[in-house]
Design a protein around this ligand. Structure first.
Ligand SMILES: [Zn+2]
Length: 338
């Protein structure tokens, strides 16, 4: 957990009435006049005054780009940083210059949670994705146009969108649900009950049509796991989630981290990629993926190598399209690390 507890999250929406940007200076900060607008903050509605907004981080902008790409819709809004409420770290879909010809749609988010969540791995990363996807969903579904603010049916639609996006971007159903599990139990005038929200997320996740990997798909792939005491439980969970029956080998390096995958050309790259992403999402930093030195080797080894320092990023793992040679500049031993 980062400095912001998950409990403080809320997917919120602002009514768009009276949102005006009063200063549009050349520098990155911009004063948004949100007076008269009502923001929903999980359990309660709050009224906002003037809010400074700032340029969004590259993580947030690239994630929003991926969200729109996943549904094939043009990004019809801008993303900016703003403290949308005093005490709650969250995000909001708003319209500036509402009701005028200059009206523009914005997703505002709190920079603190992006730094803590989008830069972490596992459930926390996916909670950040789900929250931003929820707000993008409001704009892409045209929810902000009526100036009416949050209503339960709109919230459920945005929740379902968030579940769909997490699935499309490679998250599990549980990772899609994680953000919503601490949400208020009871329904309010503006927000649905937690149980309804969880259903909406699960339906969205299912609608993405991501095939569940079955044990049979892995049955013909030999997976060897050199188990470490340090992170063995996490790797075991990944193997079980993917339905992999691995051959376990005791590791001589009990205190090392699992950080490397050895592959062979005859194993489908989709399997190697799925395993690497699942390990990454469980907080295992994979530093290299390359072919076994022995040409006769067939299968996948999950193990440890000592010469790299940093893990490969999720987007680099997503681009894995073959079992790379050991000399590969990105996945192999000889790479300038970012
Ligand atoms: Zn919302």
């Amino acid at each position: 957990m980062g400095m912001i507890s998950r409990r403080t999250f809320c997917t919120c929406c602002l009514t768009a009435t009276g949102v005006f940007a009063v200063s549009r200076a050349a520098h990155s900060q911009e004063l948004l006049n949100l007076e008269g607008s009502v923001a929903c903050a999980g359990r309660k509605s709050i009224t906002l005054g003037n809010v400074y907004s700032f340029k969004a981080s590259s993580e947030a902008m690239s994630l929003v780009g991926k969200i729109c790409e996943a549904v094939g819709l043009p990004q019809n809004f801008e993303v900016r940083v703003a403290a949308v409420s005093d005490d709650i770290a969250n995000a909001a879909a708003v319209i500036a210059y509402y009701g005028t010809p200059d009206a523009k749609r914005l997703v505002l988010y709190n920079e603190l949670w992006v730094q803590d969540y989008l830069r972490s791995t596992g459930d926390e990363y996916w909670s950040g994705v789900a929250l931003l996807a929820h707000e993008c969903g409001h704009h892409l579904s045209g929810h902000t146009l009526d100036g009416q603010g949050s209503k339960p049916p709109k919230e459920l639609e945005a929740d379902s969108f968030a579940g769909f996006i997490v699935a499309k971007l490679g998250g599990t159903r549980e990772q899609a649900l994680a953000l919503f599990e601490d949400f208020p139990l009871e329904a309010t005038e503006t927000h649905p009950a937690r149980s309804d929200r969880l259903q909406a997320v699960a339906v969205g996740w299912r609608n993405a049509g991501v095939p569940t990997r079955s044990e049979s798909e892995w049955a013909n792939i030999r997976v060897n796991y050199f188990r470490k005491r340090k992170d063995g439980t996490k790797v075991d969970e990944v193997l079980s989630d993917l339905g992999i029956q691995a051959n376990h080998y005791a590791s001589e390096l009990e205190d090392a981290d699992t950080n490397h995958i050895t592959c062979s050309d005859d194993v489908p790259v989709s399997a190697v990629r799925a395993l690497a992403l699942a390990l990454h999402d469980r907080g295992i930093a994979i530093q290299s993926i390359y072919q076994h030195a022995d040409k006769a080797f067939s299968g996948i080894n999950i193990e440890f190598v000592g010469w790299h320092r940093f893990g490969l990023s999720r987007s680099v793992l997503e681009q894995l399209d073959r079992c790379p040679p050991r000399s590969d500049p990105t996945y192999g031993t000889y790479q300038p690390r970012r």
